[in-house]
Design a protein around this ligand. Structure first.
Ligand SMILES: C[S@@+](CC[C@H](N)C(=O)[O-])C[C@H]1O[C@@H](n2cnc3c(N)ncnc32)[C@H](O)[C@@H]1O
Length: 415
């Protein structure tokens, strides 16, 4: 008797054997070339299976017509089949998905308690953003107004409404198919009354002066959304921007230099943490100015540093820092864990991420000051590594706090 284990077949084996039968029934054999063309993995979306783009491309398959897709669906026990292609690089970032079997591409997902309903042939769900969706779900946005500049089907709009309990989300989206799905999803999750959809190009439709928080979830870069995002922030109070970007890091030969530099900074940050922020939580970020000379080196401190403790000294009459200084103004170092020494590679990446964040912070401050004709402070609160996007490319989200300087000078902001 064959063992139970030997009777169990993987879905891939079931599929291969099913296709082998189809071929032999028509007088063909399953060659190694054909076997390579059979999908080895696929995505499940309820009763719809999404095949990878490079599968079933061999010229032999079309002659089986509908029978091929029915055989595959039988083997995989699904009702509908679709195949992926590359995402069309148009403005809507539509997925190129072709329905092979079934009458429509609408699928449902439940993700962290949130229901998403969309047509796989028209909209995409970025599975890679799951960690960022989970992070948003942990935010407390009660009494906050959020602007989501690239709302899509609600990937981020929904966690803001369902879990972060935002008062209202202004969702901007220009793809009619995505807006259709977004409306469905708002209803499905019973949050439609707290979401205002602005259909169109966010550069035109985004509301001004309303936001406590703005989400800029566009890849490879959300730079084109920086101006609408700044316009949408509350002009008297400012708020937080969550800026997505694929950041390229280049391996450097000066590994040791970087390690030393970062370790020195970490030591300074730790010293500063205990010396100046006593009594506050150790999760607090420390704002460093790279122009500032290290203690005891005798160097001069920049007159425009935005250190956490100096911020109240900055008055609206102070001259603005020059562009040259902008790039180095703000750095955040989170509590350094000496137990787990980071690798040289991690240090290099961190260095480049920090430098990217400092550049973005400087540019956004510049935009805000141009818009409002008064000094603003932009503070790097956190850099979230969402996922590696390719070799030396990382999907990052920068949490950037943006306030008119007078908020710090006259009211004080608790960090
Ligand atoms: C790929 S989705 C990203 C959605 C989600 N933020 C994520 O990261 O998974 C980007 C969405 O932004 C929309 N979009 C791109 N540029 C836009 C613009 N200027 N105004 C409004 N919507 C835009 C696209 O139609 C698309 O639905």
């Amino acid at each position: 008797m064959p063992s139970k284990r030997s009777l169990l077949r993987t879905p891939y084996q079931v599929l291969t054997q099913g296709l082998e039968k189809l071929l032999t029934d028509h007088g063909y054999v399953l060659t190694a070339e054909l076997e390579r063309d059979i999908a080895k993995k696929w995505e499940w979306h309820g009763d719809l299976v999404l095949l990878p783009k490079n599968s079933f491309q061999h010229e032999i398959w079309p002659q089986f017509g509908h029978k091929l897709w029915e055989t595959i669906a039988d083997c995989l026990s699904c009702k509908r089949l679709a195949r992926k292609d590359t995402i069309i690089n148009n403005d809507y970032r539509c997925p190129q998905v072709r329905l092979l079997l079934g009458s429509d591409g609408w699928v449902r997902h439940v993700d962290n308690g949130i229901k998403y309903h969309y047509d796989v042939t028209k909209c995409m769900l970025s599975a890679g953003n799951i960690t960022e969706k989970l992070r948003i779900s942990t935010f407390d946005c009660q009494h906050e107004t959020i602007v989501d500049l690239y709302a899509g089907i609600g990937y981020f709009t929904l966690p803001y409404l369902v879990h972060a309990k935002a008062s209202v989300v202004h969702a901007c989206e220009w793809n009619p198919d995505a807006v259709h799905a977004l409306k469905e999803n708002l209803k499905l999750n019973n949050v439609a009354e707290r979401c205002i959809i602005h259909f169109g190009d966010n550069k035109k439709v985004c509301p001004h002066g309303v936001a406590d928080r703005v989400n800029l979830g566009l890849l490879p870069s959300s730079r084109e959304g920086w101006l609408p995002a700044c316009l949408s922030l509350k002009s008297e109070m400012g708020g937080i921007l969550h800026i997505h970007e694929n950041v390229t890091t280049t391996p450097s030969s000066k590994c040791e230099d970087i390690r030393m530099k970062l370790q020195n900074r970490a030591a300074e940050a730790a010293a500063e943490l205990s010396a100046t922020l006593q009594g506050q939580t150790n999760m607090l970020p420390i704002y460093r100015n790279l122009n500032q000379a290290s203690p005891g080196s005798g160097g001069a401190t920049s007159s425009h540093s935005y250190l956490a403790n100096d911020i109240h000294k900055f008055t609206p009459d102070d001259p603005h820092p020059s562009d040259q200084e902008d790039a180095d103004i703000i750095k955040v170092y989170q509590t350094w864990n000496y137990e787990k020494a980071p690798s040289v590679k991690q240090l290099q990446r961190q260095e480049q991420w920090d430098s990217w964040a400092a550049d973005v912070a400087a540019s956004i401050r510049h935009i805000l000051e141009e818009l409002h004709c008064k000094p603003w402070a932009t503070i790097v609160k956190h850099i979230e590594h969402v996922k590696p996007y390719g070799p030396h490319i990382d999907h990052l989200v920068l949490d950037l706090e943006c306030r008119p300087v007078e908020r710090f000078a006259h009211h004080g902001i608790a960090y």
